[in-house]
Design a protein around this ligand. Sequence first.
Ligand code: HMG
Length: 393
Amino acid sequence: MKQLVGIDKIGVYVPERYIEMKDLAIARDIDPDKFRLGLGQDQMAFPTIEQDIVAMGANAAFQIIDDEDRQLIDQVIFATESSFDFSKAAATYIHELLDIQPFAKSYEMKQACYSGTAGLQAACDYVRLRPERKVLVITSDIARYGLNTPAEATQGAGAIALLVSANPRILAIHEESVAYTTNDYDFWRPSYSDVALVDGKYSAWLYQDVFKTVMDEFESRYSDRFNALKALALHLPFTRMGEKALKYYQENSGKEVVNEWLDHYSSSTQLSRRVGNIYTGSLYLGLASLLQYDETLAPKDDIGLFSYGSGAVAEILTGTLQSDYKKMIDAIGIDQRMDQRRPYTVAEYEAAFNQTLSQEDGIHKIENENTTQEGFVLDKIDEHRRYHRHHSS
Ligand code: HMG
């Protein structure tokens, strides 16, 4: 029998701060139903200036790794599109903050929201060859389009950590998958811009068209795997997007099985509705949500993961739920984490959005402690070097 490899543990970290979408709608003179029903978003997380991608990623991973993992992790893969350094990988900070054994390799991956999946697949391939070792994959992002822009309501922030091992307790990932690349301009962020550029309507169309393309190819190559799929988790830039893609696929392919996927869909969106787009981690927030809130799934069920990153690269991969998956998901304490957050006003969100770290003189002291949430935070920038610390609430 083939060695099972896949996701053994999932860590979820979202900032404690959020705004209610109805407050944002009122502030922007928009009908609140556009955000609630049209986009499928209820709340939107935003970070403080101390919650950079390293701090969020470290917090997601800190929840799940123990001392044995620290010794067995051979790679720390950090997937992000919110990088603050063109050379030094965010993974190197994580490696130190989490005290991973020194003979590990640590690196960063980029391809919009897709790169977490590239990391997960690289991790699975590595562990298939070395089943006694583990790989830590971290996705961490801050989605920024700008205040008062059409895409503002699809921002968010957060991080997901995936520990990949042999004999995983959550999801054994199958080797068969279909990836797809098309060189396109639906969403991108040139290095001189701190907000994303986006052709919004086109991006939504491309997402659903690419979804159909990869699903058709997956079905033609691996029909047994396709027909076994009980539910899907999808990349969720806003929660209506996955539903639109499923319905577009259903209309254009006539596949009956999509009805079953649609039945499970709302469970996969519960967390994203309250957090927003976390880019690289959005698919995995959807996975955590599906496994937490779907009472009809069971061990041995096959589920699919649809990963999409603008630019654009997509992949459909599948896996089998393991006997302990519910126990491992319950261990995250998702409801408790979500309930510890609190709402802020639109004015407070705008002030946080506009707060920037000094770019030029290489020194930035955090004057006031903004973050009350326990965990890693950015402490200061000194001589262009970032330092983090652990904050106890
Ligand atoms: P918009 O122009 O603000 O909104 O842009 P709209 O006019 O398209 O309306 C949105 C929906 O609300 C529509 O529903 C309206 O009918 C409905 P649909 O027709 O699509 O079913 N609506 C209402 N519903 C109820 N009551 C009302 C009401 N009014 C309108 N009163 C857009 C929306 C998503 C384009 C914009 O927010 C945007 O550009 N967002 C960013 C881009 C994005 O998220 N694209 C998704 C695909 S690309 C992707 O997933 C990759 C990404 O994650 C990046 C990466 O890979 O790194 C973004």
